[in-house]
Ligand binder design. Structure first.
Ligand code: FAD
Length: 513
């Protein structure tokens, strides 16, 4: 039975097989895995889909190169396999190949260049072992200085000896992946609700509060999965996390003209760390990424520090003829990595390498850590562990071969006649988005498809669909998660009126009166 994602808890069942707490990528993935095994599912988030860490990532779908460098072969391979599944089966509409260029210049010794090239070749062996085709991700190549400058003309030429080119996956938008996984889970019958905070949980029941009405509900379940990321300790005090903050800057594309490939800049004074310059499909560029301890209570929305902004600008400066300055920074965002405290010591283990599945004395099963890239495998492992423990009676995992809503091969999407922005963000569902907006508003296409401005590409059509099909409830949902206009404050202000209009139009559909 196809369901819509809804805010609040009206009409939720009082008993299901699985309650999933948290609708970041982990919880959305668990909901999809469970419902497609034939289980009944209630999945809730205290705020909104993708409210937490899942919208603050680098938006990459990694092949596991970093883990390989640390000798963690199994994790590296798992990442490469999941990247291939996302790019070739489940979400080819939301993940595209991204060329990543490492300039070889004065800042890079010959030895570091040789080690980096060796790493990229090893990454290609991983790609092959994961059976991802070179059509999806071409082999790495060494380039001369002229070829390197052709790909990234903003690079500083006088110190450039050449470049190393490799390919990885890039998400259209991390929050869009979460919304699409959640919508797919709902399409199979999962109850997916936002504005619903779990206030207490055991292995067989939760108390959940409707944040819109204040009414609380008790829901019984055969299993309760805590997928609340860096907030996991709030529901299960046996999970102790000490987060670390990762910050990105947002620049306009014009700050580094014609930069259409990602540029990896070695961070001065380190042996193997790189700063990343990441061009985005919406006409911005991100520069990341820091790693700072984040002490104290976990904030709802982590804030980048001025020192991190200066650090990132300094890290990439040497690579460009006209490096970006503080004035070019039109936005900045930060996310928290979960570091888990190792019991009985002061040490922490970095869960951003691999996920952990822990069942506490109360019976709550917590799944934490991992990556956007590996969400599907995390969900599979979680459900498998519950089935093995006899807590759930369900069939095998189906998600490795189950396309998300809108999935279609890149060739088919290139031939699509729907507006390109909608195809990029909704794949084969682009026509459904436009048809829904026409039906709900009664407006003509020129109004539904007009961008907010030359630099803010968001349209009324996608905002209306976000309300009717994706559970968006207010301006924040529309501008900060269903679209990412909110990453630049000035753009957010420019788009606010359109978001309000979408909410009004969706509340009173044409012809309803
Ligand atoms: C800076 C940074 C960059 C990254 N870059 C990448 C990358 O490029 N590629 C990649 O693959 N991975 C990347 N990652 C990792 C990835 O972003 C995370 O592993 C992933 O987003 C974690 O998702 P989650 O669902 O576990 O947590 P979250 O996304 O934080 O979701 C938890 C949800 O739980 C909800 N919640 C909390 N408490 C309650 C409650 N009591 N009741 C109901 N709901 C509740 C919250 O509102 C939130 O929405 C990056 C991580 C960081 C920090």
């Amino acid at each position: 039975m196809q369901r819509r994602i809804l805010p609040g808890l009206a009409d939720v069942p009082d008993e299901v097989d699985v309650v999933v707490v948290g609708l970041g990528i982990t919880g959305a993935g668990v909901a999809l895995d469970a419902v497609t095994r034939g289980l009944t599912v209630l999945a809730v988030d205290a705020h909104d889909l993708a409210f937490g860490t899942s919208r603050w990532s680098s938006k990459l779908v990694h092949g596991g190169l970093r883990y390989l460098a640390q000798g963690q072969l199994a994790i590296a391979r798992e990442s490469a396999v999941e990247r291939g599944i996302l790019m070739e089966v489940t979400a080819p509409h939301l993940v595209h190949p991204l060329p990543m260029l490492t300039p070889v210049n004065d800042a890079m010794t010959r030895r570091r260049a040789a080690v980096t090239w060796g790493g990229l070749r090893a990454g290609d062996v991983l790609r092959r072992s994961a059976r991802t085709t070179t059509r999806t991700l071409p082999r790495p190549r060494r380039l001369n200085a002229t070829e390197t400058l052709r790909l990234a003309p903003a690079l500083r030429a006088d110190t450039l000896r050449g470049g190393l080119l490799a390919w990885d996956g890039q998400l259209e938008d991390d929050a869009r992946l979460v919304v699409t996984v959640a919508r797919t889970a709902a399409s199979y019958g999962a109850h997916v609700r936002t504005r619903a905070r779990v206030t207490s949980a055991t292995g067989t029941a939760v108390t959940v509060r409707d944040e819109l009405t204040g009414v609380t509900y008790d829901v019984r379940a055969r299993a309760v999965v805590n997928a609340t990321g860096v907030w996991a300790g709030g529901l299960d005090d046996q999970v102790r996390l000490r987060p670390s903050r990762g910050t990105h800057l947002v620049l306009r594309a014009s700050a580094l003209p014609h930069t259409r490939v990602a540029v990896m800049v070695p961070i001065p004074g380190t042996r193997s760390r790189f700063a990343m310059v990441l061009p985005q499909p919406d006409g911005t560029i991100y520069v990341g990424l820091t790693d700072e301890p984040a002490t104290g209570p976990v904030p709802d929305v982590p804030q980048p520090s001025e020192a991190e902004i200066e650090f990132l600008l300094g890290a990439v400066a040497s690579a460009f003829t006209t490096p970006p300055t503080r004035g070019d920074v039109v936005g900045a965002f930060a996310g928290l990595r979960p570091l888990i405290e190792v019991a009985g010591t002061d040490a922490t283990a970095d869960l951003s390498r691999r996920h952990a599945i822990l069942t506490s004395a109360t019976g709550v099963t917590t799944v934490v850590g991992g990556k956007l890239t590996t969400y599907r495998r995390m969900a599979q492992d979680t459900l498998d562990s519950l089935v093995t423990a006899g807590r759930l009676d369900a069939g095998p995992c189906r998600t490795a071969t189950l396309p998300l809503l809108g999935a279609a091969a890149p060739d088919a999407l290139r031939r699509a006649t729907a507006p390109p922005r909608l195809v990029r963000r909704f794949g084969a569902d682009a026509d459904l988005v436009l048809a829904t907006a026409r039906e709900v508003t009664g407006l003509a296409d020129d109004q539904l498809l007009a961008p907010v401005s030359d630099i803010v590409p968001v349209t009324l059509a996608e905002l209306v669909f976000a309300v009717t099909h994706e559970g968006a409830h207010d301006v924040g949902d529309l501008l900060d998660r269903r679209t990412r206009v909110g990453l630049v404050a000035a753009d957010r202000a420019a788009a606010e009126a359109l978001a309000r209009r979408a909410l009004r139009l969706a509340a009173t559909p044409a012809g309803a009166a």
